[in-house]
Design a protein around this ligand. Structure first.
Ligand SMILES: Nc1ncnc2c1ncn2[C@@H]1O[C@H](COP(=O)(O)OP(=O)(O)O)[C@@H](O)[C@H]1O
Ligand SMILES: [Mg+2]
Length: 248
């Protein structure tokens, strides 16, 4: 298995948010996580990414044979963990290409690999932008500054394509996307992450993204735990019946 989370308890400012969450993800699988607002979905993503302020008080996370909680955020990234944000941050003064190149070369450095030259890197970045139907001009703009919601999400897919992670947690990647952008992002997730040695946790509220990215397993996260798991059908059931019936 690629990721094994056992009895995870985590809190923010002393407030318990995750309350005994257990989840196993095998390589080659795409898992969807659905659940009501405030359930702890984004918190799970942040804890996996190692965001400061999120304190794990109990439980364990094993990623690719390593104790993930022992690793600093940059070491997690270098180990192949990618976190897509529900609300991508804007970074004025840093161009998209600079940001991507720094991110990729920092990860390569941590893995003991040589940094890529500007030219080598630009080729990869342009290629990823092209595959995601993103204007290459956007690579020169400051990261996410003035990008529309859809452009930010598409940009996140370009980042994912460039760093080519083993495991991606995508938090509401579908929010703010129109139908065409949704298809492009869905295709991007399939192209970059559908592989026997990779896996995805797709946090979403809507069936429509799951029409493009077919999940192998669907989970319902409520009140800090996984309360139900099932196949792709479960997402349809949730869409019909809401969370109340499923979590009761
Ligand atoms: N910085 C914080 N301080 C206190 N409570 C927080 C903080 N961030 C999130 N929470 C609370 O944690 C709970 C889970 O939030 P979140 O993980 O964002 O839920 P979801 O993504 O499932 O909607 C919510 O009740 C939210 O108000
Ligand atoms: Mg959230």
């Amino acid at each position: 298995m690629l990721l094994k989370i056992e009895n995870l308890h985590a809190e923010i400012d002393g407030k318990p948010i995750l309350k005994g969450l257990t989840l196993t993800v095998n390589a080659g699988e795409i898992h969807a996580i659905m659940g009501p607002n405030g359930a702890g979905k984004s918190t799970l993503g942040y804890v996996l990414g190692g965001r400061p302020g999120y304190e794990v008080t109990e439980g364990s996370i094993t990623f690719d044979g390593q104790d993930l909680l022992e690793l600093a955020p940059n070491e997690r990234a270098a180990a192949g963990v990618f976190l897509g944000f529900q609300y991508p941050v804007e970074i004025p003064g840093v161009s998209n290409v600079q940001f991507l190149r720094e991110a990729l070369n920092a990860q390569r450095g941590t893995r003991g690999e040589k940094p890529l030259s500007g030219a080598e890197f630009l080729k990869i970045a342009r290629e990823e932008a092209r595959k995601l139907d993103m204007d290459a001009e956007m690579l020169k703009r400051p990261v996410n500054v003035g990008f529309s919601g859809g452009e930010k999400k598409r940009n996140e897919m370009v980042q994912m394509g460039v760093v080519n992670p083993k495991f991606a947690i995508l938090d509401e990647t579908d929010s703010g996307l129109d139908i065409d952008a949704l298809r492009i992002v869905g295709d991007g997730i399939n192209r970059i992450m559908r592989a026997p040695d990779k896996a995805v946790l797709l946090i979403t509220h809507y069936q429509r993204l799951l029409d493009y990215v077919q999940p192998d397993v669907v989970h319902v996260l409520a009140d800090g735990r996984i309360v139900r798991s099932g196949g792709a059908d479960l997402a349809h059931e949730l869409e019909r019946e809401g969370y109340a019936g499923v979590t009761a």
